[in-house]
Every structure is written in structure tokens, then in C-alpha cells.
Design a binder for this molecule. Sequence first.
Ligand code: BTN
Length: 244
Amino acid sequence: IGQRIHYQESVDSTQKIAHRLGFENVPEGTVVIADEQTGGRGRLERAWHSPKSTGVWMSIILRPNIPIPKTPQLTLLAAVAVTQAIEDCTGLEAHIKWPNDILLNGKKVTGILTELQAEPDRVHFVIMGIGMNVNQTKMDFPAELQSIATSLSIEKGSFVNRAEVIRAVFHRLENLYQLYLEKGFLPIKLLWESYAVSIGKVVTARTFSGVIKGRAMGITDDGVLKIEDEDGNVHDIYSADIEI
Ligand code: BTN
């Protein structure tokens, strides 16, 4: 991962460029990195604020030979890799909020967006998008994000070298992806659960179909969150915003 890098100063979204490259049969592990995104995208059709020279905005092309329903596992894998990489290069202890938010002191420092290009019965390629806030100051965030978002430098209290962050993410991703291809999802799941903040706690999940409150029990092998409500009913959560 990261043997081939397509770097561009300013792009609309690295996801789009990576998607195009995915069809051109570039090798697995090819990465698109930009210094700035003008149309960065997040989960659930949200915008992703990606100002110039302050963060790591990148998309990685993977070609795993796995069935389509297993692709959410790669999002969880990426979350573990980023959590470990943050610790490697800052010494800070990050946590994961299901499904894919990386938090430092309860504030979001990284988001992950995994997009699948499917063929009828198999994965054609996966684009793993990673957006890391690195050197923003508090004032660099739009007002509505200031209380919920943070950057590595805010939490560390000093400037953080983005090249080192990128290197650490590649290194951790490479190791975990090899582990995943050799041993399957179980070791990744155990690591994920060890970094997760929500497991065992009472959470509120806002889904498309309504609000579910209960204790987060854990994740399934497909990355689905299990919540047990007051009445003992267990809900499978596929997509939601979680409040702890
Ligand atoms: C989220 O909603 O938390 C996911 C955010 C993902 C942002 C990254 S930045 C690099 C890549 N390009 C995009 O447009 N989005 C992802």
C-alpha cells in the first residue's frame, strides 16, 4: 500500500479520482492524495471540510477477493490502522466510534469512507477514503464543527508532520490488510473492539427508520452493530449516527 501515489495539489474529491483509476486497472494499493479538496465527501452525503495543507486527504484502491457483504470489514480495518498510526506518530490514544469515526478526547479527528465498485457477484474494487485532520487550529474549523472536531496538532499541542502520518497509516494498513487476507476478520475485529468507545455503553442510534436506544453489545462479522434495547430486543444497525 502506497507504492504508487498520485499526488495532486487541489482536487474535487480524491474518491472520484481513485474511482476513475480503479477502472483503469491500476495495481492494488495505489493511492490518490491531495493537498486540498474542494468537494470532499463524507458519509451519508455530507460534505467533508478539506482545507489546504492542513490534513491528509487520501483514497486507496484495494482489490480484495472477498464477497460483497464483507466489504464493511475493510472500513473497520481502516479504523484500526488509523488509530494505531495516530498513536505511532503522536503518542496520543485514539478511540473508534462505530462505524468509522476516530476520536481524540471525544472529538472527531478522522473519518473513513469506504466505497464499493461491485460486479454482479464479486468486488471489482474498493475505494478506502481517509480524511485526517492534522494541523488545523480550532479556528480553522467551521463554527458548527468546533465543538465536535479536532486535529492531531490541537490534541498534541505541537505541529505534526503530515508525511510521517501518511507513512504510519500505510505501514499499519499494510500489516492489517495482510493479516486480514491470511487470517480473516477475527483478529481485526478483536483489535477494533479493543479500541472502540461505544461497546458496552448505552447509546442512541439515529437510523433512517427511527431512533433506537440501548446497550451496544458489539459488532458482527459483517461489521453490523448490535444494540439491545430496554425490553431485551436486539437490533441490527447497518447505518446510523451514534450518540454515547
Ligand atoms: C466521514 O463522513 O466521516 C468520512 C469522511 C471521509 C473523508 C475522506 S477525505 C479523502 C476522501 N475523499 C473524499 O471526498 N472523502 C474521503
